[in-house]
Design a protein around this ligand. Structure first.
Ligand code: PLP
Length: 408
């Protein structure tokens, strides 16, 4: 009898077997990963976005290893903790105060708690088909679940969490007409977990303005998108005005760390003892060392060229499918995008749900794996590119797709 439930500790990361064989990673480095048999793949899952620098980035590994050797859990404030917070604040503008935690889910949980205490209100809002972690209240209305379509006349609600239709200006206005006790709107700047649906022009500004006019805070959930489009918050770049934000993934380059960042007027509530923060491992030395080593590199990274290279790849993929008479499109950006089996990429979740084809994505995933490319195997999955995806990796990726398409 096997003991690990489902063969992996997080349900969303399970891969299908091929020919009765389960997949198991041997090691990963840069844009590559190797299975236990030593077969190499170009990786596009990249820890589900948990690095912009590539797997096992040498400076991050060295700094984290040194911190481990120096004592991973000293209980008390340590030499790198303020430095890591200061480094992170250099990327987050007005949101200059920092609390480190271990996962994005924790950071979102803390952000919601902060908004409730700051406003004295009870309800929080998240996007239908968005993903803000797996804690009770937010684990609701996710992409693929019927609730995410918001087909009923009543707005879905669970444990004080309401759903809002992404990119729907009128739905946001209706929300604030219907509810006077909204503490915050949790805003994923790009509906990335529903297949990289981009914000409509003016949408994030409209939503932020509405929230603020109605006394609610704006929490940017940047766990996935933070530091992925530029060396800062993606939501700010795309027009949102935030009071609090959650970051994770990219800030630690694969080492577990996340953070709540916020305006001093809200974050001071923690120091006043009005909000509890805790966590045995929060801000531990290996996490802070990883943040420092990662941010040092991201500060000078050439995002413009990464996004341009990614956009070229998107165009090449569309052309490769077209050569075989298959119409596909992509949504998102050069560093994170989704491939759709239709000519025009969806602009909202209703359209995404209609074109999402799990069987198509799964068949493509298996064909790609047979040709040396690792992808996320589900319809709303994403292709993540990092600064480690050099010309050789991108060529291997394109060649793998061409071979896989030919075999479909
Ligand atoms: C937008 C967003 N928020 C929150 C989370 C939860 O982060 P974690 O898996 O680190 O708990 C994720 C994870 O993918 C995410 O994409």
């Amino acid at each position: 009898m096997k003991h690990l439930i489902g063969g992996i500790s997080s349900g969303g990361r399970a891969l299908p077997e091929i020919g009765g064989q389960a997949f198991s990673v041997g090691r990963s480095e840069g844009p590559w990963l190797w299975d236990e048999q030593g077969v190499r793949y170009v990786d596009t899952a990249m820890g589900f976005g948990a690095t912009m620098l590539g797997h096992a980035e040498p400076a991050v590994v060295a700094a984290t290893s040194a911190a481990l050797c120096n004592g991973p859990m000293p209980s008390f404030a340590h030499a790198d903790e303020e430095g890591a917070a200061a480094a992170l604040a250099g990327f987050t503008g007005d949101l200059s105060q920092v609390i480190f935690v271990n996962t994005g889910s924790e950071a979102v949980h803390l952000a919601c708690r902060t908004a409730r205490v700051a406003t004295g209100r009870g309800r929080i809002v998240k996007f239908a088909a968005g993903y803000d972690g797996w804690y009770d209240a937010v684990a609701f209305g996710n992409a693929g679940h019927p609730t995410a379509l918001m087909a009923d006349t009543r707005r879905p609600e669970q444990d004080g969490m309401l759903l809002l239709r992404y990119n729907d200006f009128a739905d946001a206005e209706q929300l604030f007409r219907d509810y006077r006790d909204i503490a915050a709107v949790v805003v994923e700047p790009v509906l990335a977990n529903a297949g990289c649906i981009e914000p409509a022009p003016g949408y994030l500004k409209h939503l932020s303005d509405l929230a603020h006019a109605n006394g609610a805070l704006v929490i940017l959930d940047e766990v996935l998108m933070g530091l992925r489009l530029h060396a800062g918050l993606s939501g700010t770049l795309l027009g949102a005005e935030a009071d609090l934000a959650t970051v994770g993934k990219a800030i630690g380059s694969g080492v577990p760390v996340a953070a709540l960042v916020g305006k001093p007027e809200y974050m001071t509530l923690f120091e006043q003892g009005k909000i509890i923060r805790a966590g045995t491992y929060s801000g531990a030395p290996p996490a802070c060392a990883a943040v420092l080593a990662t941010l040092k590199q991201l500060a000078g990274a050439d995002y413009t060229s990464l996004l341009a290279r990614g956009d070229r790849l998107r165009a090449d993929l569309v052309a490769a499918f077209a050569q075989k008479g298959i119409a596909v499109s992509t949504s998102g950006y050069g560093s994170v995008f989704t491939l759709w089996p239709c000519a025009v990429a969806p602009r909202n979740y209703a359209e995404a749900a209609q074109v999402a084809d799990s069987d198509w994505t799964l068949a493509l995933h298996k064909a790609l794996r047979r040709h040396g490319v690792m992808t996320m195997p589900f319809a709303f999955g994403r292709v993540y590119l990092t600064f480690a995806h050099d010309d050789a990796a991108l060529q291997a990726l394109l060649d793998g797709y061409k071979a896989a398409i030919a075999s479909l």
